[in-house]
Design a protein around this ligand. Structure first.
Ligand SMILES: CC(C)(COP(=O)(O)OP(=O)(O)OC[C@H]1O[C@@H](n2cnc3c(N)ncnc32)[C@H](O)[C@@H]1OP(=O)(O)O)[C@@H](O)C(=O)NCCC(=O)NCCS
Length: 202
């Protein structure tokens, strides 16, 4: 059993915190599950432990161009996936979004929707981004639904830009800009240090 993880952001269903070395075997299993990786831009292929460790070495460096969180089930504090903002440009106020709920038992239960919203809140209010971009494969209808629900808008399609199962699909580009997003609470917390996360344990 893991000791109590550190949490940075509390939602009602999920909590987000720094990645931990102990999560590596879990992440490694998810990233070798083709049912999970079929909708990700990491290729459908075996991923070795060595490559996985190298990936961890990079994401654990507190890089200025990438911020990475473990996603936890808020109720049990079990890790269920990870999410990130990458290609961060502070000069242009832009970055890109990524998410993987690797534990399939948590799909379709609202965990992704809340995670995406909390990450937009973090991107706009902690990183001061103006615009956040994502790419999603057109057959990933579940993800498109989540992104639209949280406030992303489709800004273009790369026609036939992705192939899987010997068929071509579009890559959909979506963005969300700061003026179109209402903070879930991070803005209040950052401006008023005395205030608490609404869903933090008391
Ligand atoms: C995509 C992902 C983040 C979504 O998170 P989630 O927790 O499963 O999604 P939610 O439960 O918040 O919402 C899913 C919604 O899509 C709906 N949905 C599910 N399958 C669907 C489909 N094939 N077509 C249309 N809608 C679908 C669900 O019914 C739900 O809507 P509802 O709440 O109105 O019922 C998560 O499933 C995941 O990480 N998948 C694997 C990796 C991945 O695809 N990452 C994104 C790459 S761009």
């Amino acid at each position: 059993m893991l000791e109590q993880p550190i949490i940075n952001i509390w939602g009602s269903k999920v909590a987000l915190g720094p990645v931990r070395r102990e999560h590596l075997p879990l992440f490694h299993a998810w990233e070798n599950d083709f049912e999970v990786t079929r909708t990700l831009n990491i290729g459908i292929r075996p991923r070795t432990w060595e490559a996985h460790e190298e990936w961890y070495r990079q994401v654990s460096q507190n890089s200025s161009v990438e911020v990475f969180f473990t996603i936890y089930d808020r109720a049990t504090l079990q890790p269920i996936g990870h999410t990130d903002l990458n290609r961060i440009s502070q000069v242009d106020g832009r970055c890109e979004f990524g998410i993987m709920i690797g534990d399939k038992r948590y799909w379709n239960r609202g965990f992704g929707t809340e995670t995406v919203a909390l990450m937009l809140d973090y991107g706009f209010n902690a990183l001061n981004m103006y615009t956040i971009l994502l790419r999603v494969f057109s057959y990933n209808e579940r993800a498109v639904k989540v992104y639209e629900r949280v406030g992303f808008k489709t800004i273009g399609r790369w026609r036939g830009g992705h192939r899987i199962a010997n068929q071509s699909f579009d890559v959909i580009f979506m963005d969300c800009i700061a003026p179109e997003f209402n903070s879930l609470g991070l803005q209040r917390i950052l401006l008023d240090p005395g205030s608490q996360w609404e869903h933090a344990p008391h």
